[in-house]
Design a protein around this ligand. Structure first.
Ligand code: ADP
Ligand code: ASP
Ligand code: MG
Length: 408
């Protein structure tokens, strides 16, 4: 039996963009194998292919059936897996492309946002046993009803880390177009720093708050067996990258980064006296039926026992947002106000709300610049604000300057 350590390598869309990129990825894989590892590869669809598929489907209807969307979207990752496998074979490195279903990724039946509930990686193990490199299409699985499912935007990261955990891999290396996780998105902020390491929870919160570099759902799987995630750059595979591992209980309160979600829809709900619970129930039922992915839900009793509250809906993760909002308007009329020109900007770090100063300083900065916010939410790892979309970059840069660049 081959006792070499297992390592899972995941390559994102920009890494698989065209034949030259795929050749480059194939060389990284072959090199890893020759350095004495059993290598399992997970790939994403080529850059912008998933967006293109969604656009094409929406040209027919604003609410395409989620099951059909999964048939469509999952094909992008299969194309990448097959092309990389062919490229590796041509270099004398035997490989075998597997769909999520063939790799044993079993999910629930929540189409377009399914959750992995079990992994039966027999064919992955069989390939490794034969000395063949398995190339798994990320972002997809199969439900108990034998339907193809997808795991939500950015879901190939989830496939990779879940497989790494199931295979008890040494590490899961996530290759993208940046050399790890930075203090903010280097695309919109100058003077960002690469973070050497992050705790699981910090990474999960960064991802939840919109930092695309690693899907927050993947971290849940890392926690199960303490799988080390190493975020790296495809173009500089020898760069230091960022280690995401179990640091829990070993760090003092700090701010590690600023993250943003550019397009959120904010739903503000007023309910009339007496009918509030029923309204809330009907609202939740509608969201469940339409498969709406929401974040940051808050409800509280107002005067006369009426409930008021708000929900933040990330637009990128809801390809059918227009049609859900339309049904909302039909069913709830003026009870629900829909605001679409807002963003979410978050400060992330362990124990962040243990220091009121962070909150006070950020409010002061917003006030000085006269930036209004439609909402504020905290958890013990995050403070999130909802500024107007037109001022999002300004807020991200302002926070980065104040809390990351000048605080050390
Ligand atoms: P892939 O296609 O490889 O999965 P993604 O586009 O999903 O890659 O994620 C990488 C992108 O994440 C980067 O290009 C960068 O613009 C963005 N990003 C957002 N926040 C951060 C951050 N804090 N650190 C690094 N990258 C970030
Ligand atoms: N291709 C999918 C997406 O664009 C999944 C991924 O890239 O991880 O969301
Ligand atoms: Mg990604």
């Amino acid at each position: 039996m081959n006792e070499n350590p297992v390592v899972v390598l995941k390559f994102g869309g920009t890494s698989m963009a065209d034949a030259d990129h795929i050749r480059h990825v194939a060389r990284i894989v072959a090199q890893k194998k020759s350095s004495g590892h059993r290598v399992v590869v997970v790939v994403s669809a080529r850059a912008r292919q998933t967006d293109g598929f969604i656009e094409e489907a929406r040209s027919f209807t604003l609410h395409p059936e989620p099951r059909e969307m999964d048939m469509l979207l999952s094909s992008g990752e299969r194309i990448s897996a097959a092309l990389l496998s062919i490229a590796l074979d041509s270099m004398g490195c035997p490989a075998r492309a597997l769909s999520g279903s063939q790799a044993g990724i079993i999910t629930d039946d929540n189409h377009t946002n399914a959750r992995i509930i079990e992994i039966r990686p027999y064919r992955v193990l069989q390939a490794l046993e034969e000395g063949v490199t398995p190339i798994v299409g990320g972002f997809q699985g199969v439900s108990f009803k034998k339907e193809i499912t997808t795991l939500g935007r950015g879901g190939s990261d989830v496939t990779a880390v879940a497989l790494a955990s199931a295979l008890e891999a040494e590490t899961c290396e996530i290759y993208s177009d940046v050399d790890g996780v930075f203090t903010a998105d280097p695309r919109i902020v100058e003077n960002t720093r690469r973070l050497e390491e992050l705790s699981y929870q910090e990474m999960q919160e960064m991802g939840e708050a919109g930092a695309r570099v690693l899907h927050p759902g993947s971290v849940e799987f890392a926690k199960i067996k303490n799988t080390v995630i190493h975020a790296k750059s495809t173009m500089e595979p020898d760069g230091a990258g960022t280690f995401i591992h179990n640091l829990e209980g070993r760090i003092k309160p700090r701010i590690v980064g600023v993250a943003y979600e550019e397009k959120v829809a904010l739903l503000q709900v007023d309910a009339e006296n007496g009918t509030e619970m029923e309204r809330l129930f009907r609202l939740a039922e509608l969201f469940e039926r339409k498969g709406l992915k929401t974040k940051q839900i808050s409800f509280h009793p107002g005067p006369m026992r009426a409930l008021s509250g708000s929900l933040v809906v990330p637009e990128k993760e809801n390809y059918h947002i227009e049609s859900v909002l339309e049904s909302l308007r039909d069913s709830f009329g003026s009870v629900v106000r829909i605001l679409r020109d807002y963003s979410a900007v978050s400060l992330i770090g362990t124990g962040i709300t243990e220091r009121y100063q962070y909150l006070l300083d950020s409010l002061e900065l917003l006030q000085q610049r006269q930036i209004p916010v439609a909402g504020l939410q905290t958890s013990s790892f995050r403070i999130s604000f909802l500024p107007p979309r037109s001022r999002m970059s300004e807020v991200v840069q302002l926070f980065h300057k104040r809390f990351i660049e000048t605080d050390r």
